[in-house]
Design a binder for this molecule. Sequence first.
Ligand SMILES: [Zn+2]
Length: 332
Amino acid sequence: MAEAGPSRKRARTDEEPSIPDSSPTLSGASDTIPIPKKHESLWFEDGNVVLVASGTLAFKIYRGVLIRSSEVFRDMFAIPQPEFMETMDGCPLINVHDSALDLGHLLSALFERGYFDVTRCTIEILASILRLATKYSIDDLREEALTELGKCFPSNLASWDSAKTKRVRLIREPAAAVTVVNLAVDLSLEKHILHLALYECCQLPVRELLDGYRRSDGTAEKLDWTIMVLCIQGKETLTTSYYPFATNWMRTRRSECGNSHCLKLAKSFSQSFGVVPVPSARVLQGNALGEEYRAQLRSYCSSCRLLLLEDFLFHRGHAFRNLTEGSAFTFN
Ligand SMILES: [Zn+2]
C-alpha cells in the first residue's frame, strides 16, 4: 500500500480508539486487518481515491482537489503508481499516518465550504488543520491558521489584552492550551507563542495539567514530560512572583502627597507588604495583586491611586516581556 507524505510529528495523544473485534475484516477472521470504516460525510460516491487514516477511517475523495491544494500530494501522484495497488470501493487506497480526527478536519476544510472559519472554529480544528496543512504543504490553510493563532497569542501586551475575547473563544476549555504548546513545539512556531501558551498551561491545576486536553474523539493530548516539568517549574516561579512597586511608591511619593491619610496608609502598607505578592500564577491579569491589596488601594486619594495604577501597568508590561522571552521557563 502506498503511504503519503513525509513522516512528521503528530499530536501526542492516548492510543486511537480501537475498532472492536466485531468489525468487518478483510478476510472475515477476527485476527486479520480490520476494514477501515467509511467516513460519514467525506465519502463521495464518484470519488476517485481513498485515503485511510491510521488504518481505521477511510475518506473517498477527489484526487484532482488534492493535487490542486497540496504540493506533497501533487508530487506523490506524479510518481507512477505500482501496477498492483490496494484498492477500496474500486479506487486506489493510500494509507497515511495521521490521526483520523486530524485528517477529518483537514479534508473537511478542503471539501466542505465554510467548514474552516477561523473566527468560529475550535482550537482542535485549527490545530489539526495547521498540523496537516504544514505536513502536506497546503499553504493557504496553513497561513489562515497561523495568522489566527498569532492574533490570539500576540507578542505585545496591548494586543494580548485586546485579543482576550478571541483567545477565550478559540481555546474554550483552559486545558486546550496544551494543544497550543504542542503545536508551537512541533511546528517551531515563534517563541512568544510557546511561552504564552505555557503561561496559560501554568494556570491549570496540576491534575488537569497532567491529564491533558480531551479531544472530541476521546483521546487525551498531553505535554511531553520535559515540557511538563518546565511548565510545573514555571508555575512555581509565577506563583512566587511579586510586583515591587509598593516600595518604589514609598520612595518617590512619601513627601509629594500632602494627604496625611495617604501617608499613614503608605506607612502601614509598606510595613505589612514591602513588596506585593501575586497570589496566583496569573501575573498578567488586571487584578493580579489580590483583594487584600486592592482594598488598600481604594483607600488612597485619587492622585495616589493613579500613580500606583501607572506603576502597576509599568511592571505588568515588564512581566509580559519577561514571559514572552521565556524567563519563567528554563529551556536547554
Ligand atoms: Zn495621596
